[in-house]
Design a protein around this ligand. Structure first.
Ligand code: CA
Ligand code: CA
Ligand code: CA
Length: 418
C-alpha cells in the first residue's frame, strides 16, 4: 500500500469544521465590506494604486456556488480533480472569495473545491503549487492531531509555505467548545466520570443547528492506538443514546485514537456527551480532548483550542474580534500542544455580505489574506517572512501587553504606504 493511500484511509472520518455560521440572530454589529479597508488601514494602499494586480491568490474551500459572478479573474480547478457537486452545493468559499476580492480586487483567484472529508487536500495543494499562487488561504479547520504542527493537515498546508507562498489559516471556532480530561472510571462501569462524578457531560446546543458533531481524541499512537475509548451522545437526561462512535482500537495500523459522532439536535434541548472505555483498566489516566461543534463547554475560550492547520509554524493563523473590540467569543486560542504562541493576528469576525451576515474566524481569514495580497504587490522584493514581520510589527496590541495566546501580535492594521 502506498503511503498516500494509507493516509487517505487514516483520514476517513475527519471532516472539515467550517468556521462560519450564518443566519443566527446575534446582536453584535457586523462590518460592511465598505468598512473593512479603512478598518485595517488598507484604504490608503488602495488609493496608492495597490489593488492586487499581478498577485495570484489560491483558495481551498468546500464550495464556490455562484462564484463566477464575482470577477472574470477566476480560475477554477478542473472538475475532474474535485467533486463538482461540492463546488456547487456550498457557498462558504464564495463568501471567502468575495471578501478577499473586495480587498484585492485586481488579483487573480485560483479556487479549489475540497470534499467534506478533505481527503483531496493534497490534490488541492499540488494544484495551487502548479499554478504558482503567491498567497493561499483555507478557512476550514479540523481536529487533526497532534496539534503541534506535525499533523497531516498542517503538514500539507506547510508544503505551500515551503514554496514561498504566504498562507493564511483560521484559529477556528472551537474556543469554547473544547474540553480536556483524563480518563477516570472509579466505579468500574466503563464510563468516564466527568467532574461532579457524573458519567456524562451535559452540554446545551448553542444554536438551533440541525445536527451536532462531536469529536473525541485521546493521547495514544496515532496510527496504532491500543487504548479503546468510545464516544456517546445521549438525550433525555443521559438515558437514551442518540449517537455513538465505537471503532475498535487494538494497536493495529489503522487504529486511530479518534471517534466522531453526528447527531440531530433540537433547539434549546440539552444533550449529553459520554466517554466509555471498552477496557477501563488500560484506559485509566489517559488524557483526552473533546470538541463539540456549535456547543458551549466552557464560559471562556480554552487554552489549546486552536485546531489544524492553525498550529502551523509557517502559516499566519487568524483569530476573530468584534466591532466593539472584544475577542470573538468562540475564537480558538493558543498555545499549540508544543507550547508556541498562536494565533498570530486578529481580524474582523463578523461581516455583512449581500447574502447575509457571515461570521466566525472564517470571516477573519480573507481579511488578512486580502491585506497580504496587497503587500505582496507593494513589496515585490520582500520574502514571506519579511511580509509576516511587517504585518506583525504593525498590528495593534490587544488584551494583555505584548504577544499573547488570545490575539498573537494583535489586531491587523497596516501603516500608510511609503
Ligand atoms: Ca464510571
Ligand atoms: Ca473506540
Ligand atoms: Ca497583547
Amino acid at each position: 500500500m502506498t503511503r498516500r493511500l494509507l493516509i487517505l484511509i487514516l483520514l476517513g472520518g475527519l471532516l472539515w469544521a467550517l468556521n462560519a455560521s450564518q443566519g443566527h440572530a446575534r446582536t453584535d454589529a457586523p462590518w460592511t465590506l465598505e468598512q473593512l479597508p479603512p478598518a485595517i488601514g488598507l484604504d490608503a494602499w488602495h488609493q496608492a494604486g495597490y489593488r492586487g494586480e499581478g498577485v495570484r491568490i489560491g483558495i481551498l474551500d468546500i464550495g464556490f456556488a455562484g462564484v463566477e459572478a464575482l470577477t472574470d479573474h477566476i480560475v477554477i480547478a478542473d472538475p475532474a480533480a474535485v467533486a463538482a457537486e461540492d463546488h456547487n452545493s456550498y457557498s462558504h468559499g464564495t463568501k471567502i472569495t468575495q471578501i478577499t476580492h473586495y480587498l484585492a480586487p485586481d488579483a487573480e483567484f485560483y479556487l479549489f473545491t475540497l470534499n467534506l472529508k478533505g481527503d483531496n487536500l493534497w490534490v488541492g495543494i499540488d494544484w495551487l503549487l502548479t499554478h504558482q499562487v503567491d498567497v493561499a488561504l483555507m478557512a476550514g479547520a479540523r481536529l487533526d492531531v497532534p496539534l503541534d504542527g506535525d499533523n497531516y493537515t498542517t503538514q500539507q498546508i506547510d508544503r505551500l509555505a515551503a514554496h514561498g507562498i504566504l498562507v493564511v489559516v483560521p484559529a477556528g471556532n472551537h474556543g469554547r467548545s473544547y474540553l480536556t480530561g483524563t480518563f477516570q472510571d472509579t466505579d468500574g462501569d466503563g464510563w468516564h466520570e466527568f467532574s461532579g462524578g457524573y458519567g456524562s457531560w451535559g452540554v446545551v446546543p448553542l444554536y438551533s443547528s440541525q445536527f451536532g458533531l462531536a469529536h473525541l481524541r485521546w493521547e495514544d499512537a496515532w496510527q496504532a492506538a491500543a487504548i479503546d475509548l468510545d464516544l456517546y451522545v445521549m438525550a433525555a437526561n443521559a438515558q437514551r443514546v442518540m449517537a455513538a462512535s465505537t471503532d475498535v482500537q487494538n494497536g493495529t495500523m489503522r487504529a486511530m485514537p479518534y471517534e466522531d459522532a453526528y447527531f440531530p439536535t433540537v433547539a434549546g434541548q440539552p444533550y449529553y456527551i459520554a466517554v466509555r472505555a471498552k477496557d477501563s483498566h488500560t484506559a485509566q489516566g489517559t488524557p483526552f480532548h473533546l470538541y463539540v461543534d456549535d456547543a458551549v463547554l466552557s464560559d471562556v475560550p480554552v487554552p489549546g483550542s486552536i485546531v489544524a492547520p492553525g498550529d502551523s509554524r509557517y502559516a499566519i493563523t487568524v483569530g476573530g474580534h468584534e466591532h466593539d473590540g472584544r475577542l470573538y467569543d468562540r475564537s480558538g486560542i493558543g498555545p499549540t500542544w508544543d507550547g508556541r504562541i498562536k494565533p498570530d493576528l486578529l481580524a474582523p469576525a463578523r461581516i455583512e455580505l449581500p447574502s447575509g451576515q457571515f461570521f466566525g474566524t472564517s470571516a477573519s481569514v480573507p481579511v488578512v489574506a486580502g491585506a497580504v495580497a496587497i503587500l505582496r504587490q507593494a513589496m515585490p522584493g520582500a520574502s514571506p517572512d519579511d511580509i509576516k514581520r511587517f504585518l506583525f510589527d504593525h498590528a495593534l496590541d490587544f488584551g494583555e501587553p505584548g504577544r499573547d495566546n488570545l490575539s498573537g501580535y494583535g489586531v491587523i492594521h497596516l501603516p500608510l504606504p511609503e
